[in-house]
Design a protein around this ligand. Structure first.
Ligand code: RNT
Ligand code: ZN
Length: 412
């Protein structure tokens, strides 16, 4: 008797259909972020990373060109089970030698990404880039008091939605476009209202341009604070939640963008009682929004449980958002994406029906006991089998990363 069939019996006794769980999880797309591969640099050479986010480490082998980055992504995708999407930022625009102006970019600047998407059958998501640019030097973009600067960023937002719609058309399904702007004050402002009014005005101007919903859907990402913008973030939780609800947009909840004791897993069911869809940035903050590699911790389990227990498979869009340059970037990427898959699989293999029954009966003792016993289920055998089902390596996958490091990364 194999480890797998023993394990399957144990799950079956709890009322869990393992085959159905594999099929279900393999069908939930996870949008893998392109920016783990090159430390959020992009191809513009217009300035170093800012906006209150930071990448630390200088592990050798960073992708230097679009081709290198796409090759690295191919490697990562080969190590991650389940349905995948690729999340691209506007700074990953390519030009044929000319200078890229963010307010003027078009789908032509992403034709190589679109060709890659088609060839690999991996749909694209998109993000305007409101940071790492001379026009963002004072820390204010869409809420800037200077009308010329604000106009530039509004034009960027409009250009990005048009590009996203082209992606959507080409891939036959909506591209999710996520708006995050770093705007905020280092020290206590006197007027918190005016910049927020300008941000609202900018978003109104951006979304006033008709873009087919079938091809582009927009999300708005709030944040508590950023480095250098500790005292007041213009795009706060209340700001974007209100804006999104009123204007029929999605909110994006980033796991690192709230108070350290606050968790996004608890927010999902609240948001989805009022909105059709929601975007997540699955990340791991260590003491601050440090964007550490996602690992299988309590909060990751909880996020996956919330999605699966309430059958939000199609209403929650899962995006990854972390960047670590202190270790092999491909390994970092794959660890995080595989952890997301593990959490989804564990949630799909949970005896949810049983748990709901004891809860409904008011038997909180059994609920606690069962939840604890679930931690002893033979998940390892299931993970290995799920990886085989998805034709990706289970145990021992890191060897492939090490080989790639030797053959490819170390020669850069
Ligand atoms: C920053 C936000 C944002 C970025 C990416 C690169 O705090 O989380 O989503 O990480 O757009
Ligand atoms: Zn994010």
């Amino acid at each position: 008797m194999s480890l797998y069939s023993e394990a399957e019996k144990i799950y079956k006794a709890l009322g869990v259909d393992v085959d159905a769980a594999f099929r279900r999880v393999a069908d939930i797309p996870v949008s893998i972020h392109c920016w783990q591969g090159d430390d959020v640099k992009g191809f513009e050479n217009s300035g170093s990373l800012d906006g209150g986010i930071a990448v630390t480490g200088n592990y050798p082998g960073c992708a230097r060109t679009p081709e290198e980055l796409r090759n690295d992504i191919d490697k990562v995708l080969s190590l991650v089970p389940g349905a995948k999407r690729l999340n691209v930022h506007a700074i990953y625009a390519e030009s044929d030698g000319g200078k890229i102006e963010r307010n003027n970019i078009t789908a032509a600047n992403f034709k190589n990404w679109m060709a890659w998407s088609k060839a690999n059958n991996v749909p694209l998501d998109f993000n305007p880039t409101f940071f790492a640019h001379p026009m963002a030097a004072d820390g204010f973009t869409l809420s800037n008091a200077d009308p010329a600067i604000r106009k530039y960023w509004v034009e960027h937002g409009i250009a990005c939605r048009k590009i996203a719609a082209e992606f959507g058309k080409a891939q036959g399904g909506a591209c999710i476009t996520n708006f995050w702007a770093p705007d905020g004050f280092k020290d206590t402002p006197v007027d918190r209202e005016a910049p927020r009014a300008r941000l609202k005005q900018s978003l109104d101007e951006i979304f006033a341009v008709e873009v087919d919903e079938q091809y582009d859907r927009d999300a708005l990402e709030c944040k508590l604070f950023g480095i250098g913008a500790e005292s007041c973030t213009i795009g706060s939780h209340e700001f974007y939640m209100s804006y999104a609800m009123k204007n029929n947009k999605m909110v994006c909840l980033d796991a690192g963008h709230f108070h350290p004791t606050e968790v996004i897993s608890d927010k999902i069911s609240s948001v989805l009682l009022f909105a059709d869809e929601l975007l997540l940035h699955v990340s791991r903050g260590v003491r601050w929004d440090s964007d550490h590699v996602v690992i299988l911790n309590d909060e990751l389990y909880a996020i996956a449980q919330e999605i699966l227990r309430h059958n939000y498979d199609k209403r929650v869009h899962i995006g990854l958002d972390y960047f670590d340059a202190s270790i092999n970037r491909i390994g970092a990427w794959a660890v995080g994406a595989r952890a997301m898959q593990k959490a989804l699989l564990a949630a799909a293999l949970e005896p949810t029906q049983l748990l709901k029954e004891v809860e409904a009966a008011g038997d909180n003792t059994s609920r606690l006991a069962l939840l604890e016993d679930c931690k002893n289920l033979p998940f390892g055998a299931m993970w290995q089998a799920y990886c085989e089902y998805c034709k990706v390596p289970g145990e021992g996958w890191i060897k492939q990363v090490k080989d790639y490091e030797k053959e490819v990364l170390s020669k850069r």
